[in-house]
Design a protein around this ligand. Structure first.
Ligand SMILES: [Zn+2]
Length: 257
C-alpha cells in the first residue's frame, strides 16, 4: 500500500480517462492520494473528488503563483472548506521565486497568513518552495506551523534539509529523485531519516523516469518508492510501508482515517 501524498487529479488532462487512472493505481497498490488545491476553485474541486472517491483526500490553499488573488473573502471561504471531513492539510502554500507570478512581497504575506489560518484550524501545511530557500526558512522559523508540515517535492540542499528536519518538517520526494541530474535530491534522500520521508507524484507534472516528459499519474509513484529503496538499501515494501505510516502521522488531523 502506497500513499501518493501530492497530486492534482482535478486537472483537465484526466477528464477523459479518470476511471482508468484510478483502476491502474488501485491495481498497483496505491491506496490513497491527496489531491492538492492551488487556488479557491481547485481547493473546492479537491474536496469534491474526496467526496466522490474513498481513496482521495484533500488539501486546500492558495499557491504562491495565485497569491494576488487572495482576499478576505477568499480566506473566509477557505476556512469553511478547511472544516470539511476529508481535508488533511493546508496547501499548497509557499514561495516561488523561479516563475515570480505574484510579487514577492505578496507571496510572503499570503504564505504567512495561511500558516496562521492552518494553525487556527489545526491542519499541517504543505509547502511549495522554488528558489526561495532563505525566505521560506525565515518565515517558518518566525511563524511555526503548529501541526507541522511537509516540504513537497523537496529540492533544496542537505544542509537546508537538516535545519528543516530539526524544525520537525517532513520531506516529500517526487519524480525528480529519479532524474539523472538529481545529485542534490539524491543526497537528501540518502541521508533523510526514514521516519520523516513521504512520496508523491505531483501528477500530472514531474513524471519519474522512465516516463519523464509524459503525463504523470499516481501509479508511477512506484518509481519514486523504487528509487528510495535503492538509495536506502531497503526493500520496496519497506519504503511503501514506512512512507504510509509517516503520512498517517503528519496527516492525522482527520476523523476519516
Ligand atoms: Zn503541486
Amino acid at each position: 500500500m502506497i500513499w501518493d501524498t501530492h497530486a492534482h487529479l482535478d486537472d483537465p488532462v484526466y477528464l477523459e480517462d479518470f476511471d482508468e487512472v484510478a483502476v491502474r493505481m488501485k491495481a498497483a497498490g496505491i491506496s490513497r492520494v491527496t489531491n492538492v488545491g492551488y487556488d479557491f476553485l481547485s481547493s473546492k474541486r479537491s474536496i469534491k473528488l474526496a467526496e466522490d472517491y474513498d481513496f482521495i483526500y484533500a488539501a486546500i490553499g492558495i499557491h504562491p503563483h495565485n497569491a494576488v488573488e487572495a482576499t478576505d473573502e477568499i480566506w473566509a471561504k477557505l476556512l469553511l472548506l478547511a472544516k470539511q471531513p476529508k481535508v488533511l492539510a493546508w496547501g499548497e502554500i509557499g514561495l516561488d521565486y523561479y516563475r515570480d507570478l505574484s510579487p514577492r512581497a505578496t507571496q510572503k504575506e499570503v504564505f504567512i497568513q495561511q500558516i496562521k489560518l492552518a494553525n487556527e484550524v489545526d491542519l499541517p501545511i504543505v509547502i511549495h518552495n522554488r528558489d526561495a530557500h532563505q525566505d521560506i526558512l525565515q518565515i517558518v522559523k518566525a511563524h511555526p506551523p503548529r501541526c507541522g508540515g511537509v516540504f513537497h517535492c523537496y529540492s533544496g540542499s542537505w544542509e537546508m534539509a537538516k535545519v528543516l528536519l530539526n524544525l520537525g518538517f517532513y520531506l516529500s520526494f517526487a519524480g525528480p529523485v529519479t532524474y539523472k541530474n538529481a545529485r542534490h535530491t539524491v543526497e537528501v534522500a540518502v541521508h533523510a531519516p526514514l521516519d520523516r520521508i513521504l512520496v508523491e507524484t505531483d501528477s500530472p507534472y514531474l513524471t519519474p523516469e522512465p516516463r519523464r516528459g509524459k503525463r504523470n499519474e499516481p501509479t508511477y509513484v512506484q518509481e519514486v518508492v523504487k528509487k528510495l529503496a535503492e538509495l536506502k538499501n531497503l526493500s520496496f515494501e519497506d519504503i511503501a510501508h514506512q512512507t504510509m505510516c509517516n503520512a498517517e502521522t503528519i496527516f492525522k488531523n482527520t476523523t476519516s482515517l
